[in-house]
Every structure is written in C-alpha cells, then in structure tokens.
Design a protein around this ligand. Structure first.
Ligand code: B3K
Ligand code: ZN
Length: 873
C-alpha cells in the first residue's frame, strides 16, 4: 500500500477555477454532469497529462469545450480520469457520471441517510461524486443545479446563495445555488430531502442580515432550538473576540442520522450528526447540550479558520483543526466557566490524546506521511493541535496572539496554506523567533517534565531543577527539547503567594517559566520560608509532570493554590499516587487516605468554589490515567478494583456529608441548560455516584429512585450510568425500563447502548454480543456502532482486556465485519487496541494474537489495514 509524503508535495500542473455541477437525482440513481473550467499553470509543459481523482465512478461521457473526446484521448479507471494531452490554454472539461447513493454505506461522497440525500466530502469524498482535483489547494467557485422529485425532496440545498428555483415537469423541481467564495472540493455539500426546519436571523456587526435555518426530520423542529441559540451566540462571539463576521447571506445547518463523525463545516451548509443538534430536557443530558453548543460553534468558526483560509494539503490538517478547537474551547470558556472548561479539556486530553501519543499510533500534530488520511483525524491533530495554539497564546499574551491572528486573516484570506505560514504571522506580528516552537508540530510524544526543588534557609534561596524528556515514538527515535511555557507560583507556609527579589538560571517572566533547554536550574532569591511550588498552572503545556512534592505538599496545594486547575490537579495527584501504590502491591498509607478524605470533605463544604468545579474535584482519576502512570505491565482489572477500593476508603467516611449535599442540591425548578444549573446537577450526580461507589447504606436504592423520579435526562441518565456501571442488583431492571421507555428514540437508544457497554460485571461481553446479534440492530449506523463498541473498547478497560482474550477476539471479528461496509467506523473501533503493548504479558499476548489473526484474515480496507499495520509494527 503506498505512502504519501509531505516532502513530495507539488502544486498541480493544472487548476480548476470554476465548477458548474448539474445533479439529476432520481429515486435509485443520480446523474452528475460536471463542467470544469481548467487552466494550465504558467510553467506547465505541453503534453502534461491532466490527472483527475475519481473513486468508483461510472463514466458515461467526456468532452472538451463541447466536443466529445475520442477513446484514445483519455483513460478512466477506478482511481480517476486522465486526459492524456489537454489543451495548453483555458478549456472546459465536461464529464457525466452515474452514482448509486443508496448503496453508499461508506457514507463518503453522495449517500442517503433515512431517505435524505446528503454529502460528505472531507477529506476525499468529492472524488466519489465527480472526477476532480480532489486536493485542498485547488480553490474554485461552484454553481450547483439540482433537479429532484418534488415529493421525495421538496428541500434542495447546496453551498452559498439560492439563485434560482422552479418546476422541472414530471413531478420534478430544481434549485440553483451559487457560492461566490472560491473553495476546495472538500467543502462542497448538497442536501435533498423531505425535511422540516426552524428559521431565525442574525445581524452582523456591520449590519448585514443573515438568514439562519436548521433542517431536520419532520417533527423534530422543536429539538433544534438550542442549536440555533448556540449558533447565534457563536456568531456574536467570533465578531467580538476575533473580529470575524459571517460572509454569506444564508447559513444553513442540516441534521442527518447517518454520519461518520460529529459534523462538517461545508461552506454555508453545515451538515451535522443529529446527535449534535437535537436537544430537549427529557432526552438530552447537560453534556449533550454542552457538546451541541461546542460543535455548532466549532463548525461555525471554521468559516474563517478552515474555509476562508484553508489547508494547502492534508498534512496541514491541524492548521484548521487545532486552531478551531482552540477557538471553540475559548468560546466555551467565555460562555461558561473558564476553570471548569480547562479542567475538562485536560481530562479529555489525558484520556484521548496521551494514550495515542504514548502508543503505536503516535504521530506529530503535523504528520509527514500517511497511507490513509482519514486515520489522521485524531486527538493529536485536534486536541494536541489546540494545546499548541494555546501555548502560543500563553507565550505571546492575549494581545500578541490577537495581533498574530489579525495578520493571519489579513495575509492569508482566500488561500490554502501551511503551518509555517501560520507561525510566520505570529513571529512577525510580535517580533519573536518561533523556530524552536515549531517542533511542537513536528515531534510526536508527550514530554515528561521533571521538577525537584530545594530550599536554603541560610541564603534564603529557593531552587527549582527542571528537565524535559520525550521518549522515542514510531519513526522518531531522537527528540528535540521543546519550548515549554510553565505557568507557576510559589506559595508560602500561610497559603499566600510569595514574591522574590531576584531570579537567575532561567527565563522567568512574571508568573511563567519558559523552559527551552533539556534542563535548567532556576534560583529565586529573597525567599524567607520554604515555599510549595504550584507548577504548570492552567496546565500551560501538554506534558506529564513528575515532581518531588510530598502527599502533604499536594494536599496543601489542594487547599491553597489560587489556580483552580492547580487545586484540582493536586487532588488528582494525591489519589493517583495512592492508586498506583495499591495497584503495584504497596499498601497505601492510611494517613494519606485520611488526608485526601479530609481534603475532599473541605472541597465539598467550601463556599467559594462553584458546583461544577466541585463535581470535577470530587472525582478520582480514571482507570486509564492510573494505568498510564504505572506505565507498563498493567492489569486493568486490578486497577479497577483498586480504584473502587480507594473510592470506598476516601468517600466512605464522608457518607453523611454526601447525603446532606445530595439533598441540598436537589431542585424543583424546571430544567435550564445554563452553566449554574448544569453545575448543580453535575455535583449532585457526582455525589450520588460517590454514595453508590462507597457502598453507603441505601445508596443504590436512592439512585434507583432518582432514576424513576427524574424530570430530565441528565438526572435519569446519571442514575442509570451509576447503577449500570456498578451493575448493582437494580441495574437489569432499570436498564430494561430505560430501553422500553425510549424505544422510539435512536439517540436515547445510544445511551442505553453505552451504559450496556460500560457495565463492569463479567456478563457484559455476552450481553454486548446478544445486542449486536439481534436481527434488528442497525449495523450500518455509525452512532449505534460507536455507542456500543466504541464505549466498550475505550471506556471499559477491565472487561475489554479480559486475560482470556475473548473480548479482543470479539472486537477484531466485529471490526472485520464492519469493515466490509464502513471502513472509517471499523478503523476507529480498532484504535481501542492502542494500549495493548502496555498490558501485562498474558493480556498483551492475547491482544497480539487477536490482532495478528485479523491481519491474517485477509482483505481489509486501507483504513483498517493501516491502523492494524501500525499497531503491530
Ligand atoms: N472537518 C470535519 C471532520 C472531517 C472528518 C473526516 N474524516 C469536522 C470538523 O472537524 O469540524
Ligand atoms: Zn473541525
């Protein structure tokens, strides 16, 4: 299978400047006629063939400037169309192909979702619609004519503005859309279907009125209101925070039920997985509301970071994704609580990106090679990509960062560009050198930052020794030192911040150390007492931090750090150290457990902390975090037991406080999705989880009654998850009730699937098998598959990694089956194996044998074969 390298990038010898597409959509086939205005580049030599991408297209005719082409003048195969000797001037290439959207189960190109025709083109789906230069550096204007049966598709949408519509006879009608902004083909979209909608409008800062609409299945219109509200807030925020206005007169969103990922930022016509649109209190949780808000914002923000300025090639994916994730994180921080958002993002980064970065699938945020680009829409490109942009903002300060962004928009609007160009505007606008900083984009792996400190009372000096190391990753054996912005503070014995009279040995700017070397020794003078350092405040760099702090130091930080992230992290560190000890055979110190218990009680009682923060602080580190801290030969079942035991030891003594808090936090007000109400529910449900987790008397009955009496999905689902994961005596009944109660709602069915997959008992695998084997299980729907299988492999480590290998083999068999229909979903499920080399020998062997059997089994898609090959390399 051939590999594509960044170093081989070359501009195309021809460019397509204008596209005129004509879709004739019939019940079972769609005919696409394309008129492409093509020009050779100035330096293109005569006789250079024009090679267009195509994927599984059925060609019926080819013409140039209206004259049909002789058979010898072109060659078409499954991968494209070559015009052997195109004219060396501007010309119009006309092709006609026939598609079968109904049979398109890969959900790339033109396909049908519950009867609606829709498209997904990023990254390489447009070539499944027509022959094209399907690469992001070819920008063209698009005109799209769609003709379809009026009864099946009364709604006809494409990018840009509607410029014509009418009757086409024989029960057909048509619409013509024009997008004035040149764009790469991956941003093309059309939708044809029988859909309902809600409409609204937004007036931009400069006074232009934009018509907004969200389209969905009939009858679900009232579930789109939150998404619309989120859209309007996103539009206002991008004006205020980044000075970016929307540019077309129309912005449409369409919700579809079969979609390979979250959503797609097609110009003026975003297409969404319906789970990221539909919300009402009875069926969506607070987490769903927040996710919808976040993804609506993310796709909207792409209009500037992604669409107006796009990527030169797919190696640059994180140019648009990392930056846009950073932007959506900032949006959520401004709309809700910055501290809580930061902590949640750190949790996500650690649970999704760190395992990738430390395993066989590790790759740089800007990869330099790929076999299958779809496999690079990863936590590294998205989440680490966002961390890199965040570090840039931290290093340059808010104003400096904004100067760079302004220059980026000014200089590169309308271009397809690179990470180098992105960094250059920040360097130029701020007069700084970002050469070393660029390594963040090029180097894979999570750096380990090690700190040890010492205090000398006689000279009143305090010294921090810092060093960084990044371990080798596949294909990158040697690593460079990175620029690490380390926000910090020194805290005196009374809990207040300490200053210093002088500092030497490193770059220290106010509250930030900038470490550029492999190691540094920084000395602070004029320090009257031994301080406790709070390092990496706000998690200012995506690293693993090792310190010589004692459990008491950490408990001190948990109480006194002025940085909420720092307080949260301190509690996590105390708990992680205890869990690691217990899991590796060292009994934990009762004093430390008691200390953590008291710190948790103080946190719960603290009137200055908000509920959402407390909900996070009162959670123990996840099993994966504990596993990664142990680092090798891990036994996930043991970690699971230890974590349960720690929950009991720490929160058992707090039973009374927890019960009181639970009661005090209840509310009879109608559901509201705002941050304060969300925080209160989060804390109350956390408290319930702790009561059940510490086996407090009557706790699971309490959860069962919360389940039964809940007036919103947040509370009902929380109770269900708590009972379902612990698989208490009530679990089977409650799960059965949930299933029948929401039988008609596929998105709630997904919640049932997730809880079913997360159960921690031995029976879970057999139950999953039975669910999947049911004749009516929708095996082609990505949401259903991911809810059941994705949750199992990613979030139920103890059962997924059973030492007998039964779950490994089940998953590889299922992956092989899904792969015949939808390679993207199959490859994604397979990535659950990325932790396999960290497991203890018996489990490791079982995983290896399942993976090698899958490889031996024969024909796999390029997506799945690529993941598998890297996993086994
Ligand atoms: N740009 C799309 C992701 C496309 C994924 C293709 N496998 C959505 C987003 O990141 O906003
Ligand atoms: Zn994105």
């Amino acid at each position: 299978e051939h590999t594509i390298y960044l170093k081989d990038y070359a501009p195309s010898p021809y460019k397509i400047t204008a596209v005129d597409l004509d879709f004739r959509i019939l019940a079972d086939t769609t005919r696409v006629r394309a008129l492409l205005t093509i020009e050779p580049q100035a330096e293109t030599a005569p006789g250079t063939p024009l090679v267009l991408d195509g994927d599984g297209l059925k060609l019926s005719s080819v013409a140039i400037d209206g004259a049909p082409l002789a058979l010898v003048a072109y060659a078409a195969d499954d991968n494209g169309l070559t015009i052997i000797e195109p004219p060396l001037r501007r010309f119009v290439l006309e092709t006609e192909v026939t598609l079968k959207p109904e049979g398109n189960l890969k959900l790339m190109g033109l396909y049908r979702s519950s009867g609606t025709w829709c498209t997904q083109c990023e990254p390489e789906g447009f070539r499944r619609i027509t022959y094209y230069l399907d690469r992001p550096d070819n920008l063209a204007t698009f005109k799209v004519t769609m003709t379809a049966p009026r009864d099946l598709a009364p709604v006809l949408l494409a990018n840009g503005n509607l410029v014509g519509q009418g009757d086409a006879g024989d029960g057909m009608h048509f619409a013509v859309w024009e997008d004035p902004f040149p764009k790469p083909a991956y941003l093309f979209a059309l939708v044809a279907g029988d859909l309902g909608s809600i409409t609204d409008s937004f007036t931009t800062a400069s006074g232009r009125k934009v018509d907004l609409a969200i389209y969905c299945e009939h009858g679900k219109e009232d579930q789109c209101l939150w998404a619309m509200d989120s859209l309007k807030r996103s539009m206002a925020w991008d004006e205020k925070r980044f000075g970016r206005e929307y540019d077309l007169d129309i912005f449409n969103i369409v919700a579809v039920s079969d979609f390979n990922f979250g959503a797609m930022e097609n110009k003026g016509l975003n297409i969404f997985n319906d789970k990221l649109v539909f919300a009402q209190p009875a069926t969506a949780t607070d987490a769903d509301y927040e996710n919808i808000e976040r993804v609506i914002a993310h796709e909207y923000f792409h209009n500037w970071t992604g669409n107006r300025i796009t990527c030169r090639d797919w190696f640059q994916l994180c140019l648009k994704e990392g930056l846009t994730v950073y932007r959506d994180q900032e949006f959520t921080s401004d709309e809700r609580s910055r501290a809580v958002k930061r902590i949640s993002d750190v949790v996500t980064l650690r649970s999704a990106q760190f395992p990738e970065d430390g395993g066989p699938l590790a790759h740089p945020a800007r990869p330099d090679q790929y076999r299958e680009i779809n496999n690079f829409y990863t936590p590294t490109v998205y989440e680490k990509g966002a961390e890199i942009v965040r570090m840039l903002a931290t290093l340059l300060g808010e104003a400096g960062f904004r100067k760079g962004m302004d220059l980026y928009f000014e200089r590169h609007d309308g271009e397809a560009t690179t990470i180098e160009a992105f960094l250059a505007v920040f360097a130029e606008a701020n007069g700084v050198d970002l050469e070393q900083f660029k390594t963040w984009y090029l180097q894979a792996g999570t750096p380990r930052l090690t700190m040890s400190d010492s205090y000398d009372a006689v000279s009143q000096t305090y010294t921090l020794k810092l060093s960084q190391e990044t371990l080798p990753t596949p294909g990158q054996l040697t690593k460079q030192a990175l620029v690490l912005p380390i926000k910090f503070g020194l805290i005196g014995p009374n809990g207040s911040p300490m200053g210093w009279s002088a500092v030497s040995g490193g770059e220290v700017r106010d509250d930030m150390i900038v470490l550029r070397e492999a190691s540094a020794e920084i000395t602070f003078k004029g320090i009257a007492n031994k301080p406790v350092p709070s390092l990496l405040r706000e998690f200012s760099a995506p690293v693993n931090l090792d310190t010589n702090l004692t459990q008491d130091d950490r408990l001190f930080l948990a109480q006194h750090d002025s940085d909420p992230y720092g307080r949260w992290q301190a509690l996590q560190d105390v708990a992680t150290a205890l869990a690691v000890d217990a899991a590796t055979g060292k009994p934990w110190s009762d004093a430390a457990v008691a200390g953590l218990s008291r710190a948790m009680a103080d946190t719960l009682a603290n009137k200055d902390l908000d509920d959402a923060f407390k909900a996070l602080a009162l959670g123990l580190p996840g099993e994966a975090v504990i596993g990664r801290t142990i680092g090798k030969d891990i036994d996930p079942a043991r970690i699971h037991e230890v974590r349960n035991a720690l929950t009991k030891a720490v929160f058992g003594p707090l039973g009374r406080d927890l019960l009181i808090a639970y009661t005090n936090l209840s509310s009879t007000l109608p559901y509201q999705p705002d941050a304060a109400s969300t925080g209160r529910r989060a804390l109350r449900n956390r408290v319930l989880a702790l009561l059940v987790g510490s086996e407090a008397a009557g706790a699971s009955a309490l959860a069962a009654s919360q389940y039964a009496e809940a007036t919103n999905m947040t509370d009902r689902y929380a109770a269900l998850t708590i009972l379902g994961s612990a698989w208490t005596a009530e679990a089977p009944t409650v799960l059965a009730d949930f299933r029948t109660r929401f039988t008609a709602n596929p998105l709630v069915f997904d919640k049932w699937l997730m809880v079913s997959a997360l159960a921690q008992d031995e029976g879970v695998l057999e139950r999953i098998k039975a669910i999947l084997a049911a004749p009516d299980f929708p095996k082609s729907n990505p949401n259903r598959l991911r809810s059941l299988l994705g949750s199992f492999v990613m979030s139920n480590p103890a059962q997924f990694t059973r030492p007998d290998g039964t779950a490994f083999r089940f998953i590889t068999d299922v992956v092989a089956d899904i792969d015949t229909r939808n390679p993207q979903v199959a490859a994604r499920v397979l990535t659950g194996f990325r932790i396999w080399q960290m497991l203890e020998p018996q489990r490791r062997e079982a995983a290896r044998s399942a993976l090698t059997a899958l490889q031996a089994g024969g024909k796999l898609s390029r997506n799945t074969a690529d993941i598998l090959a890297r996993m086994l390399a």
